[in-house]
Design a protein around this ligand. Structure first.
Ligand SMILES: [Zn+2]
Length: 268
């Protein structure tokens, strides 16, 4: 088991700086004020943890980075709080109910600020950090949501999240042939629930459409997209599923919803 050490002042300064440089910094600033921090040097990575995460968490984070092939020196800043991602039946999604971390493409350090499904966030942010993202940042104008809506329909984020969830299934359920199908079912359930919350207007303060709806619509084509990437017309590919999700949303009532993006029946 890795042994904790105190943080170096440069590591603490880095965390403070990161909290000021991101629009998502509130959760980190609160953790910096209220939680004690330790660092673990494992497998040539540094895992810095604020709060009472068990030491196995540092070891698991390092194992995931090794599995992904991250280069030595990669840093994970992990703020261990138990804020759950949940919305009531009459509630819309905000950064507080959705976001869990951030990274800058190409920079070998990531920030995670929830304990809930931190592994999935680690995978998502590491994809950004290792620049495994889709290069195509094109915003497609024809998503058929109400015209007075605000929307961030980025394929970039939808793909990164889909890829992270697929890797998550590979890691936690390598011998379960049903895992990926159950994960896709969970995605569709959440997408329909979220679409049902916005029958007349859609106002994003975070990439809700990309994270939940566009991702679920791309998912049936995952293998093809992994093989062919930009060679395929992703818009054309995901439109049939988008239409099905929208049609289904007309027939359901919103219920209280867990927004964790990975299916808890696969790994709690
Ligand atoms: Zn992202």
């Amino acid at each position: 088991m890795p042994f904790p050490r105190p943080l170096q002042s440069s590591e603490l300064d880095e965390a403070k700086q990161a909290s000021n440089n991101t629009w998502d910094g509130g959760a980190i600033r609160t953790s910096l004020k209220t939680l004690e921090a330790h660092a673990y040097d494992c497998n040539s990575y540094t895992i810095l943890i604020w709060g009472h995460a068990p030491p196995q968490i540092a070891q698991q984070a390092a194992h995931l980075l090794t599995w992904l092939g991250a280069a030595a020196g990669f840093q994970v800043y992990l703020f261990w709080n138990d804020n759950k991602r949940e919305v009531e039946a009459n509630e819309w999604l905000t950064p507080e109910t959705v976001n869990g971390g951030f990274a800058v493409p190409g920079i070998p350090k990531i920030y995670i600020y929830r304990s809930e499904e931190y592994e999935r966030v680690l995978l998502h942010e590491t994809i950004h950090a290792l620049k495994w993202d889709w290069n195509d940042l094109t915003v497609q104008p024809c998503w058929k949501l109400p015209t007075n809506s605000t929307l961030m329909p980025t394929l970039f984020e939808a793909w990164t999240e889909l890829y992270a969830e697929w890797l998550w299934c590979c890691w936690f359920a390598p011998n379960d042939p049903t895992a990926w199908d159950r994960q896709k079912q969970w995605q569709r359930f959440q997408a329909v629930q979220i679409l049902a919350r916005a029958p007349t207007v859609w106002k994003e303060t975070t990439n809700v459409f990309a994270y939940y709806v566009l991702k679920a619509a791309l998912a049936p084509q995952f293998n093809l997209l992994l093989l062919l990437g930009k060679e395929v017309n992703s818009m054309e590919l995901c439109t049939p599923m988008l239409d099905r999700l929208r049609a289904k949303a007309q027939t359901v009532k919103p219920i209280k919803l867990a927004l964790r993006m990975t299916n808890p029946s696969i790994h709690a």
